[in-house]
Write a protein that binds this ligand. Sequence first.
Ligand code: ATP
Ligand code: MG
Length: 416
Amino acid sequence: MTPRVCLVHYHEIGLKGKNRSTFERQLIINLKRALKGRAAQVERMSGYVRVSFEDGQVPEDVPSLVAKVPGVARVSLAWRCGFDAEDYEAAAVESLRSCGDFQTFKVHGRRSCTDFPIHSIDLNRQVGSVLCEAFPDKRVQMHHPDVQVNVHVVQGDVYVYADAASMRGAGGLPVGTAGKVVTLLSSGFDSPVATWMVGRRGATCVPVHFSGRPMTSDQSEWLTQDIVRALEPAGIVGRLYVVPFGECQREISLKSPQALRVIMYRRLMFSVAERVAELEGAKALVTGESLGQVASQTLENINATNEVVKMPVFRPLIGSDKTEIIERSRQIGTYEISCQDSPDCCTLFMPRRPETHARMPQVHEAWDTFDHDAMVEELMRNVEYIDFDSCPSYRPPRELRKWHHELAPAEWEVVE
Ligand code: ATP
Ligand code: MG
């Protein structure tokens, strides 16, 4: 029986010139992790990665698992045939038979190796005539056919698949090829999408969640963990940090002017996130902010928050509409989780009328009504983390334990 394989196509990696092999290597590592426990063979071929199994079959869920891995442009469930014409012709008939309802088709032959004796135009004719015979009531159509049967000759084999057996992948670049970022992750719709977007561009993501604990329950923490789990197939998150933030919010709410509270909370969050980023060796922060979406996301307020950090802050959703963000959250599997309302630090001690156009002198005055430096230290001492093993490019900071040992030997809590 002719074996089935997954052919993994990538676009952008193909453009990477001299660094190409680094990208391909990382993609293979990430695919192996995404298929962990399935005894899959993941190998590089010229222009593709091939995923195959000992028994020559591909388990049903494998193509969609492969498709979720950043760097994968398309994944096709193909027959892997030898150079024997009978073999690949039979596969072409089979692939067309599995296409369901169609009227027109064409064969797209391609040769990526020269040891195959037949030119691609002749290959098209040869396979096309077999298909015409097998499907006498269907027509060949060169432009916009209902179905295309691909016959690709690559490194000693002929791979056959119909377009219908091909699905779109996440696109982007393999995680681990663009360095590390710290993302500010709530359980809302936006920040999980923002995290996924930078992950898809190859960044290893380290989310930090600020919970309202002890002033609220820890429900937002559970939801955030669920979000990280939902993102696991993409393999972008290695560790989630959780910062109990309720006490600081209470203190800020008592001391600073009501309208500026949210900006104070956010400045404190950014300061702590930057500290975590320094610890992790991450080079940027990422938020799910979208211009003008809520009071804290006006230009003035974004500036007032940004001021406290030196690192670049990426906002991949800055120009997105909520409907687009929600659509994406459905695609990446975080929508249902984000629908669940939970009190986190965003709902705690909220002012009735938050400032929408903060002015810097007032912001600075409010910032000095409490000892923000001491708060950052205190929050860093109480930070907790949970590790996830779905991201092979994540390396925990080596100095963490030493650093923590010096600062707070007793209070460090590792949640596993
Ligand atoms: P989201 O849907 O991501 O919660 P939002 O529309 O609720 O965003 P804000 O509450 O203003 O908007 O938050 C803006 C951004 O600040 C979020 O996208 C996220 O990056 C960060 N953020 C907000 N709350 C938290 C939190 N509790 N922990 C970590 N980051 C947060
Ligand atoms: Mg929110």
